[in-house]
Design a protein around this ligand. Structure first.
Ligand code: SF4
Length: 273
């Protein structure tokens, strides 16, 4: 886990999966790929295998070790619902989130069809947990809007949209059943521009639906210079979070051991604790 994440809308990141493959225009300048590929071939580094998909079962029970409640971005360096991750492994990750319920988890995907199907099936036990927020990435109309529809068809308690990088005007988006919207522009070399009117339009839709709105950044090549103010203020709204105390260390340890025990012997998870 990385504590004190630099990502504006979370406290920490947790990556029981590493690596991914690109599937839509929003992936063009994937920061995770750029970061991971820097370490390809570096012996002993977590990203020795670059951005190739890899399950990291030894990270599965990490949330039980954190001593204060966190807002956790799950798989910031990957996508839990990509094809190469087995259903069993998504179940394992979800069991940890459901059990370690003093943290709030933000699960974000571009594979919205699989998210919908699993939340209607094997992940039903986790779908309605208030401490697990299920979200989809949206970058444009062609790829992004169908993802919103998939999410709306999933029986999630908390659904959110990460509209970043916003690449065009999304029009009158339907925010029925959505609990949170994040908007941001692309940053770094080659960043594609984002127009203010596109952002205002989404903010107005959020106001109309009563949905909390978080404006992450304007982005651009010089992200810090461009800042994150919109019409003279910042927007840092969130959905309601569940407050729960962290159990004592021994209880956390026995929860983690019970979870590991339930996975032991599964060839798809390959936990060797
Ligand atoms: S889905 Fe996300 S993690 Fe995967 S390549 Fe695209 S931007 Fe990167």
């Amino acid at each position: 886990m990385s504590l004190n994440s630099h990502i504006e809308w979370t406290d920490a990141t947790w990556n029981p999966v590493r690596g991914c493959t690109k599937i839509s225009p929003g992936c063009k300048h994937c920061y995770a790929e750029t970061f991971a590929e820097r370490f390809r071939g570096v012996k002993g580094h977590p990203y020795e295998q670059g951005f190739d998909l890899r399950l990291v079962p030894e990270k599965l029970t990490e949330p039980f070790a954190w001593r204060s409640p966190k807002l956790v971005f799950v798989n910031s360096m990957s996508d839990l619902f990509q094809e190469g991750v087995s259903d069993d492994y998504t179940v394992a990750v979800s069991q940890v989130m459901a059990k370690a319920n003093w943290h709030t988890y933000q699960v974000l995907t571009k594979r919205s069809g699989r998210l919908r199907d699993l939340l209607n099936g094997k992940l039903k036990f986790a779908a309605l947990k208030e401490n697990i927020w299920w979200g989809v990435s949206v970058e444009d109309r062609k790829y992004g809007l169908p993802r919103i529809e998939d999410l709306q068809e999933a029986p999630a308690r908390v659904r959110f949209l990460s509209i970043e990088p916003l690449l065009e005007d999304l029009g009158s988006i339907d925010l029925s059943g959505i609990s949170w919207v994040i908007v941001g522009g692309e940053s770094g070399p080659g960043a594609r521009p984002m127009k203010k009117q596109w952002v205002i339009s989404i903010r107005q839709r959020c106001e109309a639906y009563g949905v909390p709105f978080f404006f992450k950044q304007w982005g651009g090549v010089r992200k810090t210079k461009n800042g994150r103010e919109l019409d003279g203020r910042t927007y840092d709204e969130y959905p309601r979070r569940v407050a729960a105390p962290v159990p004592d260390r021994l209880s956390c340890l026995s929860f983690a051991q019970a979870i590991l025990k339930s996975f032991r012997g599964s060839p798809l998870v390959q936990v060797t604790a």
